[in-house]
Write a protein that binds this ligand. Structure first.
Ligand code: PMP
Length: 416
């Protein structure tokens, strides 16, 4: 039996995942049954049909990024694309071999990247590479200046995300790319939250490697793509897996034809609709924030005020406990961090990375709007959050003390 969502939830968690666009599902369906061939079967019609569908999807993804179709590698998602780019790039461009005792190469990334970038970087650190994790300022933006200051003689790779998944902040990607090209340093960007929503042109934006994911752009889960520059410079990567040589050897294994067809359809729709979607979502997000910030004190919207994706809003509410707030707002599906870390009660490392204190980081919500979000939903969500915060604060002794003018930072709490 198919699972049905409980109650009348309003979905404001599009940064975690998006529903498939019905047009995407429609495009995929024939490839499960009628056109089920293996694109690697070069000697019969079934194989050719599947191959031509994959080719079309590759063209659509390439067009979305301003790339050539030969530069697109299909993967299982952004996590795999990041791994292939970061580890495959580091191994190929290393300055000294493993076990030599010397630094194998220097990499620059950032403390508020997704785990799918942080963890490959940390593995490389253990294997003898050195990694500088840039610490963003309070507005969350990584600038080209910051990257420039961290560059060394032996820097081989820079990996900076285009837009942050928790706070939506937008980094100086074209400028960082230009800097890397000046210095002949490989430049990777995790564009999972950006590509398909905002314009990309890998030439104009000076990108060598770019990761993206189907399920963030109204396509299916378990499929994504890595852009690998082929000219000026031709980027080489060491493959992480061995097998049948598919995807120019970078990602061997029978292609996920249905998923790839879905990603292609999602990319085509994204290209047509992204401007209209972005405009509409920006107006809705402003409305959401206005409706919340105008009715509550002691809150802060996290991340740079303007340099943010149109559809993500991350707000901290002082004097309420994040989990209680989430419980009080059960009707709206939001997140207290990224989907990957919301199972733990740890405050978000992204917010902490911006210098938000533990308390406030604990009482934060990420709301991310999507193509299906309506104004009525936004209004209802805002009202529910405002009411819940007010109610929880009425129960909060800390909020009482604050209102009586007591400086909470100077209170000496009793020890038990
Ligand atoms: N990078 C970022 C910025 C993300 O937001 C996500 C998804 N949460 C990923 C990588 C991982 O993507 P995937 O689920 O396709 O592996």
């Amino acid at each position: 039996m198919a699972a049905t969502p409980q109650g009348t939830s309003i979905y404001l968690d599009h940064a975690a995942t998006t529903p498939c666009d019905p047009r995407v599902v429609e495009a995929m369906l024939p490839y499960f049954t009628t056109f089920f061939g293996n694109p690697g079967s070069r000697n019969h019609r079934f194989g050719w049909e599947a191959e031509s569908a994959v080719d079309e999807a590759r063209e659509a993804v390439a067009a979305l990024l301003g790339a050539d179709e030969k530069e697109i590698i299909f993967t299982s998602g952004a996590t795999e694309a990041n791994n292939i780019a970061i580890k495959g790039g580091a191994y190929m461009y290393e300055k000294a071999p493993a076990g030599s005792g010397q630094c194998r190469g220097h990499i620059i990334s950032c403390t508020i990247e997704h785990k799918a970038v942080l963890d490959p970087c940390k593995r490389l650190q253990k294997e003898g590479f050195e990694v500088t994790f840039l610490e963003p300022p309070a507005d969350g933006i990584i600038t080209a200046e910051m990257v420039k200051a961290a560059m060394r003689e032996d820097t081989i790779l820079v990996s900076i995300m285009w837009a942050n998944n928790e706070i939506g902040t937008i980094n100086e990607i074209p400028q960082i790319g230009a800097l890397c090209h000046e210095r002949d340093v490989l430049f990777h960007t995790d564009a999972t939250q950006w590509a398909g929503k905002m314009p990309v042109d890998v030439q104009r934006d000076n990108i060598d490697l770019l990761s993206m994911s189907g399920h963030k752009i109204y396509g299916p889960k378990g499929v994504g793509a890595l852009y690998v520059r082929r000219r000026r410079p031709r980027v080489r990567l060491q493959a992480l897996m061995d097998g049948g040589g598919q995807e120019r050897g970078f990602r061997p294994g029978t292609l996920n034809v249905t998923g790839i067809v879905g990603l292609g359809a999602a990319a085509r729709i994204a290209r047509e609709q992204m401007d209209a979607d972005a405009q509409r979502l920006l107006a809705l997000r402003r409305r959401l924030e206005e409706r919340i910030t105008s009715r509550l004190t002691n809150i802060q919207v996290n991340g740079h005020a303007e340099k943010r994706l149109p559809h993500i809003s991350n707000i901290s509410f002082a004097f309420v406990e994040g989990e209680s707030l989430m419980m009080a707002c059960k009707d709206i599906a939001v997140s207290s961090g990224s989907a990957c870390t919301s199972a733990s009660l740890e405050p978000s490392y992204v917010l902490k990375g911006l210098g938000v204190g533990d308390e406030l980081a604990h009482s934060s919500l990420r709301m991310s709007l999507g193509r299906g979000t309506t104004q009525a939903e936004v209004d209802h969500a805002a009202d529910l959050i405002v009411e819940s915060v007010k109610r929880l604060r009425e129960l909060s002794p800390l909020f009482d003390m604050y209102n009586e003018g007591i400086d909470l930072s100077k209170v000496e709490w009793g020890h038990h």
